[in-house]
Design a protein around this ligand. Structure first.
Ligand code: PXL
Length: 277
């Protein structure tokens, strides 16, 4: 297995099993040296908890980047998730442009919305900034809600293939070549991911577990990046990440106290096995 250094930029929600507390263990388990740049520190995530603290780390970013540049540090991949402010999106664009090795892969999860709505701290100005960042990525990993905000398309819960293809093509028009669109369901019992690469569409469908969990977008994106950097194709990485995410949701079923995230840790061994195959 090759040894690669990846940078992931997203928040630390101290409690809540999302963003860095998910990405760091998953990417490390996938055998990657995982460097982090926290976008903000929150006491919990913002979906379902009230009264959370929020420390925006935007102003720390330029000095951190300058230090890394002085040390000649470069990354084989940069993967971004939930960011802290519009100004920060500008800093992150600069990091994507300047901190990668020659063949660096840049993966952007727009991490700003779900179930038809923006997360509470974001607004339309943030969406506009995110559109530019997404256009500069190599691979975009949005859910349908994020795809709608990024393209201006109407959010629908029931749709057909032509709606999804139109969404993906509009995402590609932002400037990104490869899109992995999550949560695409054409049948009430099933869901899946659409993979758009080199102008071609693929679809990987799997069983839908009725009660989804919070934080599965972060689990999915982290496992996708982990598999991709282990030399899996985009399709195979998208499939492995989907199968792993389902296992995490299954692990969490029936535990009403665990509403805030998915129990991803017990399934890490299975993720590694799928990557090794
Ligand atoms: O899982 C996405 C996410 C990440 N970070 C924070 C969040 C959310 C979703 O609500 O609130 C802080």
């Amino acid at each position: 297995m090759s040894y690669k250094k990846i940078l992931t930029i997203q928040d630390i929600s101290c409690v809540g099993q999302c963003s860095l507390t998910v990405a760091l263990p998953i990417l490390s388990a996938c055998g990657l040296e995982t460097c982090i740049l926290p976008s903000a520190v929150l006491s919990t995530h913002t979906a379902g908890f009230s009264g959370f603290t929020f420390r925006d780390l935007t102003d720390d970013m330029p000095a951190i980047q300058a230090h890394w540049q002085k040390e000649n540090i470069k990354f084989e991949a940069i993967y971004t998730g939930y960011l802290g402010s519009i100004k920060q999106v500008g800093y992150v664009r600069n990091i994507l442009k300047t901190m990668g090795t020659d063949n660096c892969v840049r993966i952007v999860d727009p991490a700003m919305a779900d179930n038809g709505q923006l997360y509470s701290i974001f607004n339309q100005d943030y969406v506009e900034a995110m559109k530019i960042l997404c256009g500069e990525a190599d691979i975009l990993v949005p859910n349908i809600t994020e795809a709608c905000f990024l393209t201006g398309e109407e959010y629908k819960e029931i749709y057909d293939e032509s709606y999804i293809k139109c969404l993906v093509q509009k995402l590609a028009a932002l400037g990104v070549k490869t899109v992995v669109l999550t949560g695409v369901s054409y049948d009430p019992q099933k869901t899946g991911v659409v993979i758009f690469e080199n102008g071609n569409f693929d679809y990987y469908e799997h069983n839908k577990i009725s009660n989804g969990c919070h934080g599965t977008g972060d689990i999915y994106a982290s496992a996708f990046v982990g598999a991709l950097l282990n030399d899996k194709s985009v399709y195979d990485a998208a499939k492995i990440a989907a199968d792993y995410t389902v296992k995490c949701i299954v692990n969490t079923q029936g535990d009403a106290d665990h509403w805030y995230g998915a129990k991803f840790e017990p399934a890490l061994r299975e993720l590694i096995d799928m990557i090794k195959q």
